[in-house]
Design a binder for this molecule. Sequence first.
Ligand code: PLP
Length: 360
Amino acid sequence: MARVINFNAGPAALPLAALERAQAELLDLESTGMSVIEHSHRGKAYDAVHQQTLALVRELLKVPDSHEVLLLQGGASLQFAMLPMNFLGKDQSADYVITGSWSKKAFAEAKLIGNARAAANVAVDGKFTRIPKAAELDLDANAQYVHITSNNTIAGTQWFDFPETKAPLIADMSSDIMWRPIDVSKFGLIYAGAQKNIGPSGLALVIIDKALLAKEKETTPSILRYSTHANAGSLYNTPPTFSIYLMRNVLEVVKAAGGLEAMERKNREKGDLLYSAIDADADFYRCPVEKGSRSLMNVVFNLPTPELEAEFIKAASEKGMVGLKGHRSVGGVRVSIYNAAEKAWVETLVSFMADFRKGK
Ligand SMILES: Cc1ncc(COP(=O)(O)O)c(C=O)c1O
């Protein structure tokens, strides 16, 4: 079996042990004589998987009793719409901090529903290279909520200190959920498409404060209301059972590896290694992101010309390193090093970067 070094931005590499477990159990889940995909979602075998997944989220993120954990469909993009559909009235306002393409998309959806305001927009000539300072946020005292994107997958920027807000803080954590421990009680709602750090695409994790849930608009259709899913234990309709099963496998691996403290240590080591290599040769490898805002999940950089970037990406893929092409909207190189990316992968890349440079 030849597995590559997978630096994909999402769907992204998952822990090998989680995939191997799925492989071993595919035809026969725990001596039930059938695959998890073939089990009834109301049956005992699947229910055990479902409850384990919810419990692991609670345990790893230390989710307080004040918050519900939900497993939903439609990816993170459905959350862009579902959030304002539930909490933003036609005549109410909500604050959006614009730090990249995904926050722009979330903002655009909210504008269709109510008065969404940009509390900050850090774009300069259309480029996003930093996270705003707390003092730069122009927050509306009457906002229903404040929305941030904790990690900007395309721009390669990340929030390390979350803003203090009077209104409930909402975070799209699609590309950095579980990269480190966080204080969940500070958030009104956290959502994350699973396909970077925790599982397969299509599945979304939502953690919501019950106090916020109580403010839900009653005119929103049932399937799109958070309370529907909270009241049904995320079993209102048939859930994506295989995706949830795989998420359970991933979270078991994270727990066995030492939980989120261990993830943070590993992620910081990988980030330090890669940013040090970039900075050590700053005439050749240039990171456009301000120090202090540099993402530890998606490391972006440029070479002196687009031609050299294309040559770099091709040569790396010939050495078994894939997924390095920057997002089509910004170009350059992007190295996605989520929880499942091994430190050895980054060491291989860093050594390749030095060799590539020597040949120029
Ligand atoms: C930060 C962020 N938010 C939202 C999305 C959209 O997620 P989905 O494709 O699950 O709708 C992505 C996808 O890559 C993302 O990186």
